[in-house]
Design a protein around this ligand. Structure first.
Ligand SMILES: *[C@@H]1O[C@H](CO)[C@@H](O)[C@H](O)[C@H]1NC(C)=O
Ligand SMILES: *[C@@H]1O[C@H](CO)[C@@H](O)[C@H](O)[C@H]1NC(C)=O
Ligand SMILES: *[C@@H]1O[C@H](CO)[C@@H](O)[C@H](O)[C@H]1NC(C)=O
Length: 336
């Protein structure tokens, strides 16, 4: 009898082990990248399930994080949001296991990588999604550009050439309009591809069309393509290569900077390439570096103290004398 009892109980124990070892936690997302415009509501899909299905409810914890910071932690019906996401995020919970994150009033700086992590006594699984700032038909970035020789230097042809030299093209009206919707505010007029001269204003103010005009694109209309001179609005589509900050033991003057990129098998980056890398790839570096046109800039994807204004952006030092010493950004074309 005793023998039978032991046999029986160890059999039960064995089944129990197999059962729990056999359970798998799956965390899934049908859509790993989401594009959205500023101010809109986005849903980052994420759900989990057990395989085989569990009958008992488990104390499953869900954590959403963005870059390295916590966005939301939820357990059961309780949830908490953090930082600049507080009050703007919730879990969708449209079905059991649905832990999709709904973000309201998307900020420009909400873009980047999000992680949906499900933590259970058994296992800890996660999935990473990315949010990019642009709606799909417009995968590029508009940037204002002026000449090393000063402001309002380009006629229409000069503006076209200047953009091309930065690996970009003159922006169209639609591209500038989208950039304005996404927060571009620039109080200097520039040529567009259709031969008009305009500038985007988000916060109306004196000297930029005045405080009585609504936010929007201020237009000078068609200007004389040969005789009138302005800055340019350039458009850079996704770069087919990599822009990177060159780690170098010392700061460099402009000629040394050009050489240092060449020595590392690359080229000194152009302004359009830096903008595209900043906007579309999230390049972020708080170190000023030379670029091919002789300007000095640095890309900030996530604004922070001591790295310029409180909005993300490409910061510019203008065109310093070329003997001055800075770091450098290089561009490595993708090998085909
Ligand atoms: C889950 O419950 C069903 C009936 O409700 C039962 O047939 C099944 O064996 C249970 N599964 C587990 C793993 O307990
Ligand atoms: C992101 O932008 C919003 C407004 O657009 C601002 O209130 C917030 O402080 C910014 N957060 C960071 C981390 O820069
Ligand atoms: C940069 O420094 C090198 C010496 O390392 C010098 O030959 C060159 O003329 C300098 N270039 C500029 C633009 O000052």
């Amino acid at each position: 009898m005793n023998t039978g009892f032991y046999l029986h109980s160890s059999l039960v124990f064995l089944l129990f082990l197999v059962y729990f070892n056999g359970v798998r936690l799956h965390v899934e997302s049908p859509q790993l990248s989401v594009s959205a415009t500023r101010g809109s509501t986005v849903t980052l899909p994420c759900h989990y399930r057990y395989e085989p299905e569990l009958n008992t409810t488990r104390r499953t914890r869900v954590k959403w994080s963005w870059l390295e910071t916590e966005v939301m932690v939820a357990m059961g019906n309780r949830q908490r949001s953090y930082g600049s996401f507080r009050g703007r995020v919730r879990l969708r919970r449209s079905a059991p296991g649905d832990m999709s994150l709904v973000i309201n009033e998307l900020h420009l700086n909400d873009t980047g990588r999000y992680r949906c992590e499900v933590i259970d006594g058994l296992e800890d699984e996660s999935v990473t999604l990315s949010v990019s700032p642009l709606s799909p038909p417009c995968t590029g970035v508009v940037f204002p550009y002026f000449s090393q020789k000063g402001r309002y230097h380009f006629n229409f042809l000069g503006a076209q050439q200047a953009c091309e030299e930065q690996d970009a093209t003159l922006a169209t009206f639609e591209q500038l309009f989208t950039a304005w919707e996404e927060g571009l505010d620039w109080c200097n007029a520039g040529w567009l591809a259709d031969g008009t001269v305009q500038y985007p204003i988000v916060v109306p103010r004196e000297g930029c069309g005045g405080v009585d005009l609504a936010p929007g694109l201020r237009s000078y209309g068609q200007r004389h393509r040969l005789f009138h001179r302005y800055d340019a609005f350039c458009f850079s589509a996704a770069v087919k290569g990599t822009v990177y900050f060159l780690e170098h033991p010392s700061k460099l003057n402009f000629t040394e900077a050009v050489q240092a990129c060449a020595d590392s098998g690359a080229q000194i980056a152009k302004v359009g390439q830096l903008y595209a890398a900043w906007r579309l790839m999230g390049l972020d570096r708080c170190d000023a570096g030379w670029l091919a046109d002789g300007s000095v800039r640095y890309p900030i994807a996530k604004a922070r103290a001591n790295c310029g204004p409180s909005e993300p952006g490409v910061r510019s030092f203008g065109f310093p004398p070329q003997h001055q010493k800075f770091s450098v950004y290089c561009y490595q074309a993708t090998l085909v």
